[in-house]
Design a protein around this ligand. Structure first.
Ligand code: PLP
Length: 411
């Protein structure tokens, strides 16, 4: 039945209690039970996130003349991102509300750039590996474009020959991920850059999960191949602040190799009563809290703080991978950062995943191949043994031959 707005208001203390009750059935992410959706950097960073957010909660990034504070914070955040991802001096970008918006904007910008350079972009095509995030499908759907998903190689990385072969006369853009969400693998961006350059195409690197993690893992000595603006042919990148930038939700960056490219993102309209409205992103109103929180957390952590968190997460992943192998599972591909997936031919891993869920452990799944998907945060280092015990129990409970019949859902 539809709920009616109450006639009388309710005191906040009562509401706060009620809302805490409502959260009692939610996944216990504060104790490492969520390996998706939430990024737990620890209580001190969460406090900075919250306080900075509430400090600028009412302010609006739509009005940089009214709020030069937010404009200055966004400028700093974008500059930090450009520096970490080795963008040239003339590069530029904007903050957005999240990875999906960053991707939508990169596609729109690449399309408008191609159109400005004489290409007919009606039903224009984007060539992406099967591992690309569905935000590219959404962007293509919204803009009347076509996303061509190319099957992966046996190593779960893009098949370069197949990517090359998928390029046609309508193609204006190519995509690679660093890392891809499904398996946590850094894709061969340098090779994709060469293909893009040969065909005069725009290469976007989706580094939504990796953009604020991979640079620090590399500084820590992890094997991270070049995936950013150092690679010729990379025209734009998406990198989320609300993932491993540890900012409050509603914050990502979309970055371009030059100011000229970025300008194709901006929408301008003065054909209405209130004069010129210039919006760099999809949003009109832009939450000041999201900008402030990203600015505060980045400055609070600094390079040393991010390096420490990256080291914790990578060490946790290695421990979990070893434990998973000891239990007879196979880790898919060679993950390098914070995501890994695993499966088994002996038991149905999706059934095991249900067993973990029943024990309070929430993670993603993969349907191709069937597997459990883990995206780790610093908080997970405290629960490695507990999680492995739960995994062992769930594995022992799953009967050989028994197959989970439900659909695999990410959300
Ligand atoms: C590689 C990648 N791209 C894009 C996205 C979409 O980001 P968002 O959920 O912030 O829209 C995600 C989200 O997990 C991702 O992992």
């Amino acid at each position: 039945m539809r709920q009616r707005l109450p006639d009388a208001g309710t005191p906040w203390t009562d509401l706060a209690t009620r809302m805490k009750d409502m959260a009692s059935g939610d996944v216990d992410w504060r104790h490492g039970r969520a390996a998706v959706y939430v990024f737990d950097p620890g209580p001190d960073v969460l406090a900075v996130q919250r306080e900075a957010y509430t400090m600028f909660m009412a302010e609006n990034g739509l009005g940089p003349r009214a709020f030069p504070s937010l404009a200055a914070m966004e400028r700093a955040v974008v500059d930090f991102g450009l520096g970490l991802l080795n963008a040239p001096d003339d590069a530029d970008g904007t903050m957005t509300s999240g990875g999906s918006e960053s991707i939508l904007l990169a596609v729109k910008t690449a399309r408008d750039y191609a159109a400005a350079h004489g290409m007919d972009v009606t039903r224009g095509e984007i060539v992406a590996p099967f591992s690309a995030h569905p935000a590219f499908d959404k962007a293509a759907h919204l803009m009347g474009l076509k996303l061509v998903r190319v099957p992966l190689g046996a190593d779960l990385l893009p098949d370069l020959a197949a990517m090359n072969a998928a390029i046609g006369p309508r193609t204006f853009m190519m995509v690679g991920s660093a890392p891809c969400f499904p398996y946590g693998l850094i894709e061969p961006i340098a090779a994709l850059g060469r293909i893009a350059q040969t065909h005069g195409l725009w290469l976007h690197v989706d580094s939504c999960v990796g953009g604020y993690f991979a640079p620090f893992a590399a500084m820590n000595g992890e094997d991270v191949p070049p995936f950013d603006f150092r690679v010729a042919g990379v025209m734009s990148m998406s990198a989320d602040l609300h993932k491993f930038g540890y900012a409050a939700k509603g914050a990502s960056t979309v970055l371009y190799r030059s100011k000229e490219l970025k300008d194709f993102q901006v929408f301008r309209n003065s054909n209405w009563p209130n004069g010129m409205m210039e919006t760099p992103t999809l949003a009109g109103t832009r939450p000041g809290g999201a900008i402030a929180s990203a600015f505060a957390v980045m400055n609070y952590l600094g390079v040393s703080g991010y390096r420490e968190k990256a080291a914790q997460v990578v060490a946790t992943r290695k421990l979990m991978e070893a434990g998973v192998r000891d239990l007879g599972f196979e880790v898919r591909g060679a993950p390098a950062l914070m995501i890994f997936t695993f499966g088994s031919d002996e038991v149905d891993t999706l059934t095991v995943g249900e067993g973990l869920f029943a024990r309070g452990w929430f993670s993603g799944r993969t349907q191709t191949p069937r597997g459990i998907h883990m995206m780790l945060s610093p908080g997970h280092r405290l629960v490695v043994d507990e999680w492995l015990l739960a995994l062992k129990d769930a594995r022992d409970e799953a009967r050989p031959g028994e197959k989970f019949q439900g659909a695999v859902r990410y959300s």
